[in-house]
Design a protein around this ligand. Sequence first.
Ligand code: MEV
Length: 423
Amino acid sequence: MTVHHSDISGFYKLSVQERRRIVSEFAGLEGGEAQELSVTGSLSELVADKMIENVISTLEIPVGIAVNFRINQKDYLIPMAIEEASVVAACSNAARIARASGGFTSESSDPIMIGQIQIIQYDDYERVKTTILREKEKILKLANTRSRTLSSMNAGAKEIEVRILNDPNRSIVVHILIDVRDAMGANVVNSMCEAVAPYIEEITGCRTNLRILSNLTPHRVARSRAVFRKDLIGGEEIARRIVRAYEMADVDPYRAATHNKGIMNGIDAVLLATLNDWRSAEANAHTYHTVSGHLSLTRYWLTENGDVAGEIEIPLAVGTVGGSTNTVKKAAIFRKILGVGDSAEFSRVLAAVGLAQNFAALRALSAEGIQKGHMSLHARSIAISVGAMGEEVDAVSQAMVLENNVSMTRAKEILEAIRSGKN
Ligand code: MEV
């Protein structure tokens, strides 16, 4: 089959090799490029093809270990999968500074998720609300038939709330609050919502529409705290600047987006290494200000002796059961390295990582600026991308940083010069 259009019927039925051949032809891939796509590393084509649809290959990204973490008196080595240079180094560095004051103190709430059922056709809000709340126990019981495991743990659906929204047709929304224990919870929450929606229609005579979990989890949060000594971060002036940087993020959405992005650099990297849903973590974190009232997920202040104290409060819905971790061997190994026993401990570690990552960024921004550290690491990846190998990588990248000219063109020139013995 030769195709030059994208409406390929039955693409999903083809073998991975056949799909690769079609895509290679469509995109005009050279022989070597198509061959490269067939190298799948430790995640075999067979497994990948069962995980998602229309698979043609897999993608490797580096996994580094953040060191120095001490959280609630326990030491952790933290695997981080990320393509961005300097994240792992910055995180480890902030953890080293926090460690000098005893490390991070983290805590987590119960793992309560919200399932939403939208009601779109009704006569009287108060009547619908009263009916639903009157039938609360029956609705919860029905929801709990969807998970014997949670019920046997005295978890599962616990509470019901009814809200009215300000959308053009004033939807009513039923919230089911569900304790999902060690799961991320998406599957069980969605199943429970779908199970109770027909009953809600029956008792209210209304029509329901959406039945889905909310990725905003204000009842499932983690907090972490640490002190960063002023003598380890460049002195009192830098300490004061760090607090000023945080204050800006808490009032300015343009800065808050970047500030919180830096926090998620760390958290997403751990979630990716352990193959957890980092998109839901992103959605959760970036919407949290709508219920917390704070644009910044972190907060900093000066202690009596001028050190910087920092704290993060972040909603985190992460699981240690279910999900893809166990399908992909390496992800399971990375979780073993991480050494978290349950989802609550996982969220406490993630909160500490987020705080460390954020502190590292604010410290660099308040002192030498972000580019200095970034540039030398960025220069290394540019050197590698133009083909530098072994000792050439350092030679090319150091030369570019010295010249303050980090670019592919310059990297190629320097590499050629080295190889022709001119350097
Ligand atoms: C870059 O990926 C993240 C930072 O921009 C975060 C920040 O500005 O706080 C450095």
